[in-house]
Design a protein around this ligand. Structure first.
Ligand code: ADP
Ligand code: MG
Length: 240
C-alpha cells in the first residue's frame, strides 16, 4: 500500500528525516511515537505529499508520489489526514464540512455526498449536529466531525497527527473510541500519538522515532515489555 525507501529530508542544514524506510500493508495500523521534534509530523506529512522530500522514494500503490508530475490531488484522496487542531471550516455547517470536498474534488452529487455524510456523522454519534457550526461543538465533537469528514472522501489510508493532543482530558476517550471503531474496519491507519493505551490495543506495529531516525520497530508486546533500546526505554519511562 505505502512504501518509503531511504527517505531523507532537510530543512536548510537541518537533517529532519534520516534514511527512513518502511512499508505499510493494506489494513495495517501503525502507531508512531517519539519525543517532540523527532520528525513524526514531518514523516506523515510526506506520506500524502504535504511535504516534499530531499531524496528517496515514496510509493503509494506503486505510484511514486515524489515525482515532479505526480497526481498529488489523487494521492490526497487516497491518503487523508486528520490534524491535531481539527481544521474544520468555521463558516460552514457540520454537514457542509463533510460534503464540500466530495462535491468539489471528487465530483460527487450534493445529494449523494449528503447521504453518505449523514451516515458517517451517525457513525461518530453526531448526526444531530449536522446543521450546527464548528464553534458550537466541543473539541472532542469537532475532532469526531473531522474524522467523519475524512471518511466521506472514502480514503484508503488515514494519517492522524496527534489527534487528541489538543483536547481536554475528558474528551480524549470519545475520539479514541471512534478511532478504535475505525480500526476494526480494515482501514489502513498511521497514527502519531502519545496515547499508549491506544497504541497497545490497536497497533499492529509501533515505530519509535528519535532525532529524525526510526530507532525501533516492533509489535506492542515487544515494544512495551521487551525493548532493549535505551532511548525507547527512557521515552516510555517518562510517558507511562
Ligand atoms: P515532531 O512531530 O516529532 O514533534 P516535527 O516533524 O514537527 O517533529 O519536526 C522535526 C524537526 O523539524 C524539528 O526540529 C522541527 O523544528 C523541524 N521543522 C518542522 N517543520 C519545519 C519547517 N517548516 N521549517 C523548518 N524546520 C521545521
Ligand atoms: Mg508533531
Amino acid at each position: 500500500m505505502l512504501q518509503l525507501k531511504h527517505v531523507n529530508k532537510f530543512y536548510g542544514d537541518h537533517h529532519v528525516l534520516k534514511d527512513i524506510s518502511l512499508t505499510i500493508e493494506d489494513g495495517e495500523k501503525v502507531v508512531i511515537i517519539g519525543p517532540s521534534g523527532s520528525g513524526k509530523s514531518t514523516l506523515i506529512r510526506c506520506m500524502n505529499g504535504l511535504e516534499t522530500i530531499t531524496d528517496g522514494l515514496i510509493l503509494i500503490d506503486d505510484i511514486d508520489i515524489t515525482k515532479k508530475n505526480a497526481p498529488i490531488q489523487k494521492v490526497r484522496q487516497k491518503v487523508a489526514m486528520v490534524f491535531q487542531n481539527f481544521n474544520l471550516y468555521a463558516h460552514k455547517t457540520i454537514l457542509e464540512n463533510l460534503t464540500l470536498a466530495p462535491i468539489k474534488i471528487k465530483g460527487i452529487s450534493k445529494k449523494e455526498a449528503e447521504k453518505t455524510g449523514m451516515e458517517y456523522l451517525e457513525r461518530v454519534g453526531l448526526a444531530d449536529k449536522a446543521n450546527a457550526y464548528p464553534a458550537q461543538l466541543s473539541g472532542g465533537q469537532q475532532q469526531r466531525v473531522a474524522i467523519s469528514r475524512v471518511l466521506n472522501m472514502h480514503p484508503e489510508v488515514i494519517l492522524f497527527d496527534e489527534p487528541t493532543s489538543a483536547l481536554d482530558p475528558e474528551m480524549i476517550q470519545e475520539v479514541l473510541e471512534v478511532m478504535i471503531d475505525l480500526s476494526s474496519n480494515n482501514m489502513t491507519m498511521v497514527v502519531v500519538t502519545h496515547e499508549m493505551g491506544f497504541a497497545r490495543t490497536v497497533a499492529d506495529k509501533i515505530i519509535f522515532m528519535d532525532d529524525g531516525s526510526i530507532v525501533e520497530t516492533g509489535t506492542p508486546e515487544h515494544f512495551f515489555t521487551n525493548t532493549q533500546n535505551k532511548r525507547a526505554q527512557d521515552f516510555l519511562s517518562k510517558i507511562i
